[in-house]
Design a protein around this ligand. Structure first.
Ligand code: GKR
Ligand code: MG
Length: 421
């Protein structure tokens, strides 16, 4: 019987270079931020987690980290109580906002997530089993991902062009898809929309269809369209896309669209917490929910979400933000143990060129990542790289994700495009 206890917690903010990827609220800054969480035990084990690193989130992680020594890594219900108590004291239970797109009324689940993942990593390492076994057992040994295409500039203004080049029209999007498919073998493609007029984004999807007659395609404008525009896009792209993701904001708007099209609607914006599930089901607003363990409170609560979507006959996919290898390992372990994962997962992984994990465990072939079978998450930190990325954090000057602020520094008249068209 284990008696190990957490005795040291380290939260390291890191920054990694990010291309100018465009979206409804602006453009990615030159540096993306993440926090790497290390939980050490008195028995010499180390568990890893990864999460957002906006300043306010870091302060909350720090408050929880200070309260963790003495905690039993097996007591995940106790961990949630601890996070709830600490945040109640520190913030009065306030919510959290990430990237100008995702707002949750309570920060508990987002703060809990990296600690829960790290505890599961410890437990898996202690009993010599992968985290997928702790989540009920792997039902697949490879997890399929979808190639994530973005409109983008050739490079950050004032800097040389990056290796991807520009993608601002259908030809540019198809060229980007060719690079994604050739490099990673993706068997489905998602285009981040909400950047150009919907007619131009439909034309890009149609160009992808012509280039890849057999690949499932998705379009996600992050709520940039009115309900009426969404209905007409759905009619144009019926039979072309496997789903439309968040065409319009809110459960009510999505329900209006869903009632007028057979194209399945997916969301990672109007159902992002358990409290949103009942109203979304009642309104028949969405057919597919994108899970995200960073937002939903870790791996076990994401597995619970999978059970709820299955109960209500909804599909399940997985959402992504710019991330590193600790998150990818957690996403893969979760997806491996999710029986009703009905769609390939999203990932921003191809867009980054640095990582904090030792190479060799996670690799893409045919658009899928093999599920690590070693103990815990199956990945180890590369301490030299962690140091490099932390140094980048210290010197880069970015302290929170601010796509709109950065875009306005380049195009002062820019306004976020939510329900604009
Ligand atoms: O990275 O710009 C981005 C995405 O737009 C991201 O912020 C979204 O949260 O990928 C996400 C989505 O599916 O909505
Ligand atoms: Mg989305």
């Amino acid at each position: 019987m284990s008696r190990s206890r957490i005795n040291r917690v380290v939260v390291t903010p890191v920054a990694f270079a990010d291309p100018p990827l465009l979206n409804v609220v602006g453009v990615h800054q030159p540096w993306a931020l993440r926090a790497i969480v290390e939980l050490h035990t008195d028995s010499g084990l180390l568990g890893l987690g990864e999460t957002y690193a906006d300043e306010m989130h870091l302060a909350r992680l720090g408050a929880v980290a200070a309260a963790l020594p003495g905690q039993d890594p097996y007591d995940l219900n106790g961990l949630r109580r601890l996070v709830t108590d600490v945040l109640g004291r520190e913030t009065g239970g306030a919510g959290a906002s990430f990237g100008g797109m995702l707002d949750v009324s309570s920060a508990v689940d987002t703060v809990l997530s990296p600690f829960e993942v790290a505890c599961l990593d410890i437990v898996g390492r202690e009993c010599g089993r992968p985290v997928s076994d702790l989540l009920g057992g792997a039902v697949r040994d490879r997890v399929p991902f979808s190639g994530y295409l973005f409109y983008k500039w050739a490079g950050h203004p004032g800097h040389p062009d990056d290796e991807w080049g520009a993608a601002l029209d259908p030809d540019g999007v198809v060229a980007q898809a060719e690079r994604m498919v050739a490099g990673w073998g993706f068997g489905s493609l998602k285009l981040k929309g909400g950047v150009l007029h919907p007619d131009e984004e439909c034309a890009a999807i149609e160009a992808l269809r012509a280039a890849y007659p057999d690949l499932p395609l998705r379009l996600d404008p992050n709520g940039a369209w009115t309900p009426e525009t969404s209905v007409s896009v759905a009619s144009r792209l019926a039979g072309v896309v496997e789903y439309l993701e968040d065409p319009t904001p809110g459960i009510e708007g999505m329900a209006y669209v869903a009632a007028r099209t057979d194209v399945p609607l997916a969301t990672n914006m109007c159902v992002i917490a358990f409290e949103h599930l009942a109203p979304a089901v009642a309104a028949d607003a969405v057919q597919i929910v994108l899970s995200d363990h960073h937002l939903w409170g870790g791996l076990r609560r994401s597995a619970l979400l999978g059970g709820i979507t299955e109960t209500f006959g909804m599909g399940l996919s997985m959402h992504s933000n710019s991330h590193l290898g600790v998150s990818l390992a957690a996403m893969v372990q979760l997806a491996a143990a999710t029986p009703n994962l009905t769609y390939a997962c999203d990932t921003h992984y191809p867009w980054k060129s640095q990582d904090v994990i030792a190479p060799g465990v996670l690799s893409f072939s045919d658009g899928a990542v093999g599920v690590p079978t070693g103990p815990g998450l199956g990945v180890d930190l590369d301490r030299d790289q962690l140091g490099v990325l932390h140094e980048q954090y210290l010197t880069c000057g970015v302290r929170r994700r601010e796509d709109t602020v950065y875009m306005r520094s380049i195009e002062p008249s820019f306004t976020p495009n939510t329900a604009r068209w």
